[in-house]
Design a protein around this ligand. Structure first.
Ligand code: GAL
Length: 361
């Protein structure tokens, strides 16, 4: 079967001229094309190899690295339907590179491709390629707009609800501020002076988390004052640099740091560490993701809390969806919303329950 697949993909490759001269191949081609013409696509046999391509926006993203480790565990731990092979590629934050990578994956005969878009507003080339070659796409983590997902029936999204992550971070921060008012409101003015460390501009999680986190704190009765913000692109080192500037500008006025993810929260902690500020005089720092390092920081008190981004659940959903699509099974059995979306819930993690999450590892 693997051999037939590779012959078939060579036939599809227009660069190889003269291939059709072989009459055996002509007969083979006829046999393979006939079911497509008659609309009867053969069911995948249980012992077929399933090939999954995974295209990722960047190789240096902590949360995604851990999500893909979970995906790998799914692949290795589930021997469903015979052999499953996975190929990963990274686009170094370049959408054109990713478009080419998807095209190569299609040429290699992937049954389904999981795509973590570089630019979530520019999926059209990938959608066109997928539709033309009838290869289903499972987009994940970087959510494209609804209209784009509707462009073709075999497009899906696996991720989480950005609004929920913002709301939960706000609830967590409000709760910590209420319970530790005197310690956190260092200048005792009744207001919580805060700064925000934002992820990439234009990313659904940055925009929504920032807005909903702050608004939830206000809704829960915390009076807040924004004294600064910086974009740090999900990145720990960038966050450290930006946070050092915010500390220089605002001194010990900063009482709360709301970071759109754990890596940036940890960058803020690094900045306080380098500035030699004692732990007891630092602001309360909050992240999102629950990465390994993030959870450790919650456990040791350098972060006050985080919001768990369920990488295990997302990896499982991606895997199950990919297998269902490769087998021509009905993906709706996986409980998709609107037949297209699978969103896993977020949960709050603080010092009281962090051990449960550390044990998950
Ligand atoms: C977010 C996550 C960030 C980063 C980003 C990449 O959901 O919280 O840490 O991984 O996705 O798209």
């Amino acid at each position: 079967m693997r051999k037939i697949r590779s012959i078939y993909s060579r036939m599809l490759n227009k660069k190889r001229g003269g291939f059709f001269q072989n009459s055996f191949i002509k007969a083979l081609l006829f046999c393979m094309v006939l079911p497509v013409i008659t609309g009867c696509v053969p069911e995948k046999k249980p012992d077929d190899e399933i090939k999954i391509g995974v295209c990722v926006y960047d190789q240096y993203d902590t949360f995604l690295t851990q999500l893909l480790e979970c995906f790998d565990n799914e692949v290795n731990g589930n021997e469903v339907n015979g052999n499953v092979s996975v190929e990963y590629v990274y686009a170094s934050q370049n959408q054109m590179t990713q478009n080419d990578q998807v095209e190569e994956m299609i040429e290699k005969g992937m049954d389904v491709i999981c795509v973590n878009l570089v630019d979530r507003t520019a999926p059209t080339t990938i959608i066109d390629l997928a539709r033309k070659n009838n290869v289903p796409i499972v987009f994940f983590n970087r959510e494209l707009v609804g209209e784009d997902l509707m462009q073709w029936s075999k497009l899906y999204y696996v991720g989480a609800d950005a609004y929920e992550s913002g709301r939960l971070q706000g609830e967590l921060a409000a709760d910590v501020c209420k319970r530790n008012r005197i310690i956190i409101d260092k200048n005792g003015d009744g207001l919580i002076q805060y700064v925000v460390l934002e992820g990439e501009a234009g990313h659904q999680d940055s925009i929504i988390r920032t807005e909903y986190s702050v608004n939830t704190m206000i809704d829960m009765g915390i009076e807040v004052e924004k004294i600064g913000y910086a974009i740090a692109n999900w990145n720990r080192a960038q966050a450290q640099t930006k946070m050092a500037q915010l500390i220089e500008r605002n001194g010990d006025e900063i009482e709360v740091v709301l970071a759109n993810n754990d890596d940036m929260a940890l960058g803020a902690v690094d900045a306080y560490e380098s500035a030699g500020v004692p732990k007891t005089e630092r602001p309360a720092v909050f992240g999102i993701d629950g990465t390994d390092v993030g959870l450790k920081a919650v456990a040791d008190g350098s972060m006050r809390g985080t919001v768990y981004n369920d990488k295990e659940g997302q990896a499982e959903a991606m895997y199950k969806l990919a297998i269902a699509l490769a087998n021509n099974d009905d993906p709706d059995e996986l409980g998709l919303v609107d037949g297209k979306y699978k969103r896993l819930p977020y949960t709050i993690v603080d010092v009281r329950n962090v051990d449960d999450y550390l044990e998950k590892k």
